[in-house]
Design a protein around this ligand. Structure first.
Ligand code: CP
Ligand code: NVA
Length: 305
């Protein structure tokens, strides 16, 4: 049966660890310019209903470096779900390509794409989650720390798609995950319950920007208004003002915490320029690891290992 990657929880804990080790191996191969072409003569269709820099470049570069050809289909090219039904695109593309990566608005559309496609489908972000991002992020933390023991992650900002994928990871890898967000911007309750039901991790949600974040290994943030919600930027700026990650917040952790952001960052809003440029900021390692984590995900779901 074909395998998709739509949520972090589509992988078992063992599969996540295998993916992280594989990502490190493939990263070394690419850096050494070794001959490694598991996708020789294959094609990847990349469907984007929303804008992208990292996801597009990392998937296109990654699939090419692994021997294949990636095709970019932008928001106005196929108008998935509007010009043509998602389930029709799924079957048409399955006749041409070996894999699909899609960035869509509605989460139900990525589920439908995967259900009707006979080739593996990867979720490159929906309104609900962003699993490739969090696989790259945990790879980055693993590389920096050398292990994932006693991990304390503090996310500050909007309880959005990125948070949902962190929660999915918390259902597989033990951690203490805290989301500090304004009232009304909490992550999805069902997703929190999913983690709690596994008993794997401790999850806390707080609406107090002065929440004790001491001992955090990572302070993570993301834009206050995600794609599709940009018209709320001004309104959110007022509500989120106290939730900015700045030097004072970074210093309040009483240890050298790493700063992470999935990017793109809106400097001066959710994070200051000083924090972005500080020695503890690992945002560009994170961005690079999108390439390596995704290469491992593609190799794994295609059964090429
Ligand atoms: N982090 C991330 O997914 O970036 P893009 O939106 O630029 O792809
Ligand atoms: N939460 C952000 C992530 C961008 C990579 C968004 O959905 O716009």
């Amino acid at each position: 049966m074909k395998k998709d990657f739509l949520h972090i929880t589509d992988f078992t804990t063992e599969e996540i660890w295998e993916t992280l080790e594989l990502a490190k191996e493939i990263k070394a191969k690419l850096k050494n310019r070794e001959e490694y072409k598991p996708f020789k003569d294959q094609s990847l269709a990349m469907i984007f209903a929303k804008p992208s820099a990292r996801t597009r470049i990392s998937f296109e570069t990654g699939f090419f470096r692994l021997g294949g050809h990636a095709l970019y289909l932008g928001p106005s090219d196929i108008e998935i779900g509007k010009r043509e039904a998602v389930k029709d695109i799924a079957r048409v593309f399955s006749g041409y390509n070996d894999m699909i990566m899609a960035r869509l608005f509605e989460h139900k559309h990525i589920l439908e794409l995967a259900e009707y496609a006979s080739i593996p489908v990867i979720n490159g972000l929906t309104d609900y989650n962003h699993p490739c991002q969090i696989m790259a992020d945990i790879l980055t933390v693993y590389e920096h720390r050398g292990n994932l023991n006693d991990l304390k992650i503090v996310y500050v900002g909007d309880g959005n798609n990125v948070v949902h994928s962190w929660l999915h990871l918390a259902a597989r890898i033990p951690m203490h995950f805290t989301c500090v967000c304004p009232e009304g911007f909490e992550p999805d309750q069902k997703t929190i319950k999913l983690v709690e039901d596994t008993g794997t991790s401790m999850v806390e949600v707080s609406n107090d920007p002065k929440t004790d974040i001491s001992g955090a290994d990572v302070i993570y943030t993301d834009v206050w208004a995600s794609m599709g919600k940009k018209e709320e930027t001004e309104m959110r700026e007022k509500l989120f003002a106290e939730f900015q990650v700045n030097s004072a917040m970074m210093e309040s952790t009483s240890k050298t915490s790493l700063f992470m952001h999935c990017l793109p960052a809106e400097r001066g809003r959710e994070v200051t320029d000083a924090v972005m440029e500080s020695p503890n900021s690992i945002v560009f390692d994170q961005a690079e690891n999108r390439l390596h984590a995704q290469n491992a995900i593609m190799v794994k779901i295609a059964g090429k290992m």
